[in-house]
Design a binder for this molecule. Structure first.
Ligand code: GMT
Length: 373
């Protein structure tokens, strides 16, 4: 099949998932055309059947806001016309679903039928899409999508709760390439970060408010009183400066390191002993799943779709949002002895395998085949 994928090219989970899906489909012999405003961060290296089409947005002094959606739509039309595209798959509703709808209408005038799938990822529904400046367009373009998918049952429920739509939504959970993440930790790297055998605690996110990075820090500081450990904070975003300042002003924060944005999570996660994700909301929590695939137990909240991947007392623990005492207590209970830690690590891997790329990608392929027919 010739498949066009539209996504955000950034470190956010929706872009990561869309890029990994495209790469997996390309490995299965499909031709994949990414349409984005920048090369997706996870799209490094050369793939013979992956093509990247950059959305160029011409500016003009009249435009206070360059019309990205118009440029995106025109790029979609061009790619579909010139690369015999069979299906368009857009990730994140805003503005991708309405652009796809418009592209579909333009192509219909030229007797080209192009089905499009919209995959809902989270904030497009739970945060941004609900804003009344967006919701009529999001509702309309969801209804006009040939197929709607959501990355968790929770997100499906949230969509019905927040939008007046009647269309069926198919839940297709996010996935991880377990083989890529399940690596032996590099001892030298681990020693460099934790020279005295301290435990390595990791958090990775886009440092938005919804991630509650303060709770990461507070949980770590409580945990560090009992278990000597180091905290690696990976990623960047609006909250980073503030959190970084807190750690500079705090004496017990010497063990906290900011690594910034990292593309090769599969090289970092295997050295971690525990992953913290105390988010206010996660539709899914792809970062936690990638950690599990690297055999890392997860301490998370029980918000949104997190209970669909984390299993309390098995591969990690879940606490109420903001309950840092409980998160620290649970973290200590996992790390307190090697045997318990080993058990949670094994379980994390077993749990991640349920969401392995080989189980999920064929579901998307079948969906495409069904729609093209
Ligand atoms: O977490 C973010 O703020 C980024 C956002 C995105 O769209 O890139 O992530 C959402 O999609 C991911 C992939 O499906 C999910 O794993 C995240 O849980 C979800 N984030 C939220 O719901 C806050």
């Amino acid at each position: 099949m010739n498949i066009a994928i539209v996504c955000y090219p950034t470190f956010g989970g929706s872009g990561v998932l869309a890029t990994e899906l495209g790469k997996a489909l390309a490995n299965k012999g499909h031709n994949i055309h990414f349409i984005t405003y920048q090369q997706p961060v996870r799209l490094a290296g050369f793939h013979a059947n992956i093509f990247y089409h950059e959305v160029r947005v011409p500016t003009y002094p009249l435009f206070d806001y360059p019309p990205y959606e118009t440029a995106l739509t025109s790029t979609m039309v061009d790619v579909v016309q010139n690369h015999a595209i069979d299906i368009l798959h857009v990730h994140y509703a805003i503005p991708h679903a309405s652009a796809a709808y418009m592209a579909k209408q333009i192509l219909a005038k030229e007797n080209k039928t192009i089905p499009f799938i919209t995959t809902l990822h989270g904030t497009d529904i739970t945060l941004v899409g609900r804003d009344k400046m967006y919701s009529p367009v999001v509702t309309f373009s969801m209804m006009e999508s040939d197929m709607l998918t959501a990355v968790s049952s929770n997100l499906k429920d949230e969509t019905y709760r927040n939008f007046d739509i009647t269309k069926p939504i198919e839940v297709i959970h996010n996935f991880v390439d377990v083989n890529r993440f399940h690596k032996k930790p590099v001892d030298a790297f681990k020693k460099l970060i934790a020279p005295n055998g301290e435990k390595i605690i990791v958090h990775a996110s886009n440092f938005r408010k919804v991630k509650r990075v303060d709770d990461v820090l507070d949980t770590f500081l409580l945990l560090n009183k009992t278990i000597p450990s180091k905290l690696l904070l990976i990623g960047d975003g609006p909250e980073r400066g503030r959190i970084e300042q807190i750690t500079r002003d705090c004496e017990s924060c010497a063990e906290v390191k900011f690594l910034g944005k990292q593309e090769q999570m599969e090289d970092i996660l295997p050295i971690a002993d525990l992953f913290l994700l105390p988010s206010e909301y996660e539709s899914f929590g792809l970062a936690a799943l990638e950690a599990m695939a690297a055999e890392v137990p997860v301490i998370s909240t029980n918000a949104g779709g997190l209970p669909e991947i984390n299993v309390n007392g098995y591969c990690g623990y879940m606490s109420d949002v903001g309950d840092v005492e409980d998160m620290a207590k649970n973290a200590i209970s996992i790390l307190k002895d090697e045997a318990t830690h080993r058990l949670f690590k094994d379980n994390a891997l077993a749990q991640a395998k349920k969401f392995d790329i080989n189980n999920i990608v064929p579901i998307y392929e079948k969906l495409y085949e069904r729609l093209i027919k």
